[in-house]
Design a protein around this ligand. Structure first.
Ligand SMILES: [Zn+2]
Length: 394
């Protein structure tokens, strides 16, 4: 893992500018982080890819310039845990109602690109008696929301491309958590612009890179996401494609970056974004690399002193940490309170994931707190287990 800053000639996929630089190289990261493995060998041999995080000084877009879509296996069965959160469901329902109200969506034709189980598109349709068409490659008719038939939504099992929306004359297009997966994001936004009738509106939502950077959340750098957007970058992308009335924001407690805009006869605007925004992204990405290196140094030092080191927390953050830190072999195992994870092995490295009770017999010298939010809780559990160890935070 090298955090460096070098100028190269890779043009920005979002705005074609040549003012790009490489900020962070992560030579080997698992391409799918959410899988549980039953053997350490299989966990360690999981498919991996290279991440080279590049940044565009013109539009603020950050992306993995070593991304290869062929590395991904979209046959894997994914389940978005957020859907099961009442807070998320409430927020999403309010979002649908707000979009219907702000863009006067009543008796209109709506489309969603990457509509998943059709739940959100159906909510939009039901809220304004609209007609909806969704695009979802790999769409499984047995796993659609029960709202889909009530709303009369049609779901098409294909990737939306530049021609998909032609002929539908849609008044509104939504696309949520799709753009970050696309190596050529401009093509999708241009396709949306081309498919909308004059005055039609768009809503695009992605993970918020600003949120991740502010928290040093290196686990948000995942192979499946080749593009990383702040609200400012999203706004630039829509201005550049000729949208007007562009409003970008951080939403859902800042976790998502979202943009709404209107396909009026606006003139495409390719002005650079505020250089201070680009500088903030650059600074925070480099700091991310520094933090990973600091953890690596701490691990190596304790290993050389013959200490027993374990990590607490087996989620996506642990997967990121164990795979990015070169000296992660200094860690004997990972503790997790989730029984479903206990007995499995960390993707990419094969560290065993064990129950907290395991520590009674092991008596580690130091426990790495993977997620500092839980420091107090973990300290209490260690005391209850009779474990006296240094706590290391990152
Ligand atoms: Zn750019």
């Amino acid at each position: 893992m090298v955090a460096d800053s070098e100028t190269d000639a890779v043009p920005c996929p979002a705005c074609s500018s040549q003012s790009t630089e490489t900020l962070l190289r992560l030579p080997s990261v698992p391409v799918h982080v959410g899988l549980l493995w039953s053997s350490p060998e299989r966990a360690a041999q999981c498919p991996k890819g290279e991440m080279v995080l590049s940044l565009c000084a013109h539009c603020g877009y950050a992306w993995n310039s070593a991304f290869q879509i062929a590395n991904l296996d979209y046959e894997q069965d994914y389940d978005n845990a957020l859907h099961h959160s009442p807070k998320f469901a409430e927020w999403e329902a309010a979002l649908a109602e707000g979009l219907v109200e702000r863009h006067d969506l009543h008796g209109r034709r709506l489309a969603e690109i990457g509509c998943g189980d059709g739940r959100f598109l159906s909510s939009l349709c039901l809220a304004g008696e609209n007609f909806g068409i969704g695009f979802e490659p790999g769409h499984n008719p047995d796993r659609v929301s029960d709202l889909v038939s009530r709303a009369g939504v049609e779901i098409i099992d294909e990737y939306a491309d530049a021609t998909s929306l032609r002929g539908y004359e849609v008044d509104f297009v939504a696309s949520r958590h799709v753009l970050e997966h696309l190596p050529e994001p401009l093509m999708l936004v241009e396709a949306i612009r081309g498919g909308l009738v004059g005055g039609g509106a768009v809503y695009v939502e992605v993970p918020n890179f600003s949120w991740a950077l502010e928290r040093g959340a290196f686990e948000d750098l995942m192979y499946e996401h080749c593009g990383y957007y702040t609200p400012e970058t999203l706004a630039h992308l829509l201005h550049r494609t000729g949208f007007s009335e562009v409003v970008a924001s951080s939403t859902f407690d800042g976790l998502f970056a979202a943009v709404e805009a209107v396909a009026a006869d606006g003139v495409a605007c390719d002005d650079p974004i505020d250089p201070a925004v680009v500088e903030r992204i650059r600074h925070d990405v480099v700091a991310l690399g520094t933090r990973i290196e600091r953890v690596a140094t701490e691990f190596a030092k304790r290993r050389d002193e013959g200490q027993r080191l374990v990590a607490w927390g087996g989620g996506a953050r642990a997967v990121g940490l164990m795979n990015l830190v070169e000296s992660a072999d200094a860690v004997d195992f990972v503790v997790d309170i989730n029984p479903r994870k206990q007995g499995t092995f960390v993707t990419g490295t094969g560290h065993p994931i064990v129950a907290p009770e395991h520590l009674r017999h092991e008596q580690p010298d130091a426990v790495l707190i993977v997620n500092p939010v839980y420091t107090d809780e973990i300290a209490q559990m260690l005391t209850d287990l009779g474990v006296d160890a240094d706590l290391i935070s990152i």
